[in-house]
Design a protein around this ligand. Structure first.
Ligand SMILES: Cc1ncc(COP(=O)(O)O)c(C=O)c1O
Length: 302
């Protein structure tokens, strides 16, 4: 069995050349965490690594987590279970399981046991009482929150921040805020910008401050780039993802990485970044999500 502690080689930093960048005098690099691992990539590996180490030390014998039917976190947790030989379970936002859903099919094929629950039960996933009930029901389970966001996850993301060369701006997609909070352990001269992928995300500011009470870096959460809300995107955003992939050879999906890059491109166009800035955008992976979008007919074949 591969020990979890084995570090993966660092992902490459990919420089982008574009006339837009020249016009505004900024440098853009993409931290290709989507290339970290063929399956458990992006922020998923960063967030799982120290959780898997904590699991090993916990004396528990299975991992239980939570996710929606198309969740990147479920996909990665199921894969980690298979690779590291850890039995896994997931409480899945239901009420029913669609046996053809590509994410759930993959999770099941990895051996993950899926427990569909109603949407109202799923909403209790962070409530102490509900978690107590789960602990009593699954006595051997190490419980990992939805999206894997907790203190151990931040430690893994901090490794990413500290692997980067000096830069002025670090940009990432923000869902729960765990990735942004972890990046705040990086260089003190850096400003971290989170692009919220969901609507009305202002509440995340408080959550991020609680997750990371003593940040090294200044940060901002930009809440105007959700493009309709979580899981939604305009035809323009998807066209941008396709253009970007064709032109710059970096694959994007429209829920996280593409939404972040589309927002970043608009910010550069608007002159948000002072001339001379070096911006690093984090590619947080999530490319499996395209299979789910294709399955639902929301995007066409590649
Ligand atoms: C591919 C991808 N990128 C970014 C994020 C956002 O990360 P966070 O929830 O830590 O803000 C997620 C969600 O977990 C994700 O799946």
């Amino acid at each position: 069995m591969n020990p979890v502690e084995n570090t993966l080689p660092e992902s490459p930093l990919h420089g982008i050349q574009d006339t837009l960048l020249d016009k505004h005098g900024v440098r853009l690099s993409i931290k290709r965490d989507d290339l970290l691992h063929p399956i458990i990539h992006g922020n998923k590996w960063r967030k799982l690594k120290y959780n898997l180490i904590a699991f090993r030390r916990s004396g528990k014998s299975e991992l239980l987590t939570f996710g929606g039917a198309f969740s990147n976190h479920l996909y990665a947790s199921a894969a980690a279970g298979k690779i590291f030989r850890i039995p896994t379970r997931a409480i899945v936002r239901g009420p029913q399981l669609d046996s053809q859903n590509p994410t759930l099919r993959f999770a099941k094929a990895c051996g993950m046991q899926l427990h569909p629950v109603t949407r109202s039960e799923y909403r209790q996933r962070d409530c102490t009482e509900y978690l107590e009930q789960l602990k009593q029901r699954f006595t051997k389970a190490f419980i990992l929150p939805e999206g894997g966001t907790n203190a151990a996850a931040l430690k893994g993301v901090a490794e990413l921040a500290n692997s980067l060369p000096q830069h002025q701006f670090l940009v990432c997609a923000t869902g729960s805020g765990g990735t942004l909070a972890g990046l705040l352990s990086g260089h003190t001269q850096t400003q971290v910008l989170g692009i919220a992928v969901l609507k009305n995300a202002e509440y995340l500011q408080q959550q991020i401050s609680e997750l990371q009470p003593s940040p090294n870096c200044a940060w901002r959460l930009l809440c105007e780039h959700h493009d309709g809300g979580y899981g939604r995107f305009s035809p323009e955003l998807w066209q941008f993802c396709q253009w970007f992939e064709y032109t710059h050879k970096v694959p994007l999906e429209p829920i996280y990485s593409g939404k972040m890059m589309y927002a970043l491109w608009q910010l550069i166009e608007q002159g948000y970044f002072p001339s001379g800035s070096h911006i690093i955008a984090i590619h947080t992976g999530g490319l499996q999500g395209k299979d789910g979008l294709r399955y639902r007919g929301l995007i066409g074949a590649d």
